[in-house]
Design a protein around this ligand. Structure first.
Ligand SMILES: Cc1cc2nc3c(=O)[nH]c(=O)nc-3n(C[C@H](O)[C@H](O)[C@H](O)COP(=O)(O)OP(=O)(O)OC[C@H]3O[C@@H](n4cnc5c(N)ncnc54)[C@H](O)[C@@H]3O)c2cc1C
Length: 498
């Protein structure tokens, strides 16, 4: 039997790779984890989720301070933001979380961490900067990078991506964002709130293209009301520099070319899988810029080589990468034929208000020809939301023809956290009646989950049929008041009632 240096080798120390390394080493597999950056953690920790959510928090605090009067507080005359301080806070949060992803911690779990650029020599051997290391099983978890599209002039003009934007010394006075996806939109609101003039360009007719248009449009309206400019149905023709200004030449689908001037450009047009330099040709891998092709057990064309996380071109989220890491452990270490299932994979765009989603939305239901009904509740009818000064947004619940929930979208305060209840309901196949009758604390935003399930059940409970039955059995006498405008018993004035 062939002898290998390791039972399992993992290339990439981000969310997917760390999950596999942690699980495999704790289960007793001799584990090697290779990372090319000087620290573990991947994009999420260093250039993605953590810095972006930290930046968003700073932006939201500054926004609240600017809007103090809306909360009955004195108006503040605020100095402009010193972005170096914001970037320092981002560095501090990243450094704190970095401790969870330290070499020492992984060594403590039993995994060997090695730094360097890994490249396959053959289907069991990897070249790590001249050292040959073999493993029985390999996991490719090399993540993705921002796409810089072949727009004339873009490569020659200095621009920002998610790798630079969180660590700038100064904030540009104006920013043109190419791309109206989650990254572009989160950054648009955050930078606008911090005092930067922001324009977003997207070739589509809506922002956040995966979401239902009505929900995405509502996010756009909020951002517009705060001062963000949108140019939709618009393509970027070329980019050039004029002195200190960057000029983005755009062409709306109807209209002529326009020059948009700003101090900086953020490219947030999409992500390409980190396949270059991995030597995938040496293992006969099936891959392209979109990712490495895998089956539903995350195996590549070589059954002992897995690909998890952004690299496989599926859902590009940290929690998806973590989930896939678990599927790899089941298949590679436990040797159980566990398949991926993304039916109830939730996600959230962290704008204010947040937009979270699980299961099907109207777009995906229509694309699959599924018969559905929509049930909604608005946050303006939620007491806690009003107390918080949040009036925008709603929950949308989709039921199939058998009245089973197939998806939920929430646009509102803390939508991502509110989604957790639906994660449990949908995965646990909990009945809507259980959710509707479960007592929720008052006043909480979470009551909206209970209410939307109740709104579906209410017409059934308060139906004419039920009323007739109750009247028949218990001799109920029916309405005590004919109409809200009718006089009340003591001739009281409803308008003047406390
Ligand atoms: C701005 C931004 C905000 C985001 N916000 C969120 C969010 O709020 N929620 C969410 O769920 N997701 C978010 N994401 C997405 C999330 O960051 C990714 O889905 C996640 O990081 C993917 O994990 P991964 O393990 O596949 O890849 P990564 O975390 O990128 O890890 C891959 C690692 O492989 C290493 N590597 C690559 N090639 C080699 C090689 N040849 N040899 C050795 N090492 C190599 C890389 O250096 C990297 O450390 C965001 C992304 C961005 C850019």
């Amino acid at each position: 039997m062939a002898q290998f240096d390791y039972d399992i080798g993992i290339i990439g120390g981000g969310a997917a790779g760390l999950t596999v390394a942690s699980g495999a080493s704790q289960l007793g597999a001799k584990t090697l984890l290779i990372e090319r950056e000087p620290a573990l953690g991947g994009d999420c920790l260093h250039y993605g989720c953590v810095p972006s959510k930290t930046l968003i928090k700073s932006a939201n605090v500054y926004h609240s301070m600017k809007n103090a009067r809306a909360y009955g507080l004195p108006a503040l005359d605020l100095p402009p933001v010193d972005f170096r301080q914001v970037a320092n806070r981002i560095r501090a949060v990243v450094a704190t979380i970095q401790k969870h992803d330290s070499v020492e911690r992984f060594c403590g779990l039993g995994a060997q961490v090695a730094f360097g650029e890994a490249r396959f020599k053959d289907e069991h051997v990897v070249d790590l900067d001249g050292r040959l290391l073999s493993a029985k099983t390999w996991v490719i978890a090399t993540g993705s990078s921002p796409i810089v599209p072949p727009i004339e002039g873009l490569r020659e003009v200095a621009h920002l991506t998610n790798r630079e934007i969180f660590y700038m010394d100064t904030m540009p006075e104006s920013l043109t964002i190419l791309g109206g996806g989650p990254i572009g939109i989160e950054m648009a609101q955050a930078f606008n709130r911090l005092g930067c003039r922001v324009t977003v360009i997207d070739m589509s007719h809506q922002i956040l293209g995966k979401e239902d248009k009505d929900m995405a449009d509502e996010v756009m309206r909020v951002l517009e009301s705060e001062g963000v400019t949108f140019q939709l149905n618009t393509t970027v023709v070329r980019v050039r520099e004029e002195g200190a200004k960057k000029v983005v030449v755009v062409k709306p689908s109807e209209g002529s070319e326009q020059d948009l001037y700003s101090e900086a450009i953020l490219v947030a047009i999409g992500r390409s899988a980190n396949v270059n330099g991995l030597g995938l040709e040496a293992i006969g891998g099936d891959f392209n810029r979109g990712g490495v092709t895998v089956d539903n057990r995350l195996r590549t064309s070589q059954k002992h080589i897995f690909a998890a996380g952004d690299i496989n071109g599926g859902y590009q989220f940290t929690h998806a990468a973590g989930y896939e890491g678990g599927v790899v452990i089941a298949n590679a270490v436990f040797r159980l034929p566990r398949k991926t299932d993304y039916t109830y994979l939730p996600w959230c765009t962290f704008t204010d208000p947040e937009l979270a989603s699980i299961g099907m939305n109207e777009k995906t239901a229509q694309a699959q020809g599924i018969d559905y009904s929509v049930w909604t509740e608005a946050f303006k009818d939620n007491d806690r939301s009003l107390a918080e000064g949040e009036h925008t947004g709603r929950i949308k619940m989709l039921l199939d023809a058998k009245e089973k929930p197939i998806g939920v979208q929430i646009l509102g305060p803390h939508a991502g956290d509110l989604m957790s209840e639906w994660v449990a309901v949908l995965n646990g196949k909990t009945k809507l009646s259980t959710l509707a009758s479960a007592v929720h604390p008052y006043p909480t935003l979470g009551e909206i989950n209970k209410r939307v399930s109740g709104s579906y059940l209410a017409p059934k409970i308060f139906s004419e049929r039920v009323k007739k039955g109750l009247k028949l059995f218990f001799n109920l006498k029916g309405r005590a008041c004919g109409h809200p405008q009718d006089k009340c018993l003591q001739d009281c004035n409803m308008e003047g009632a406390p």
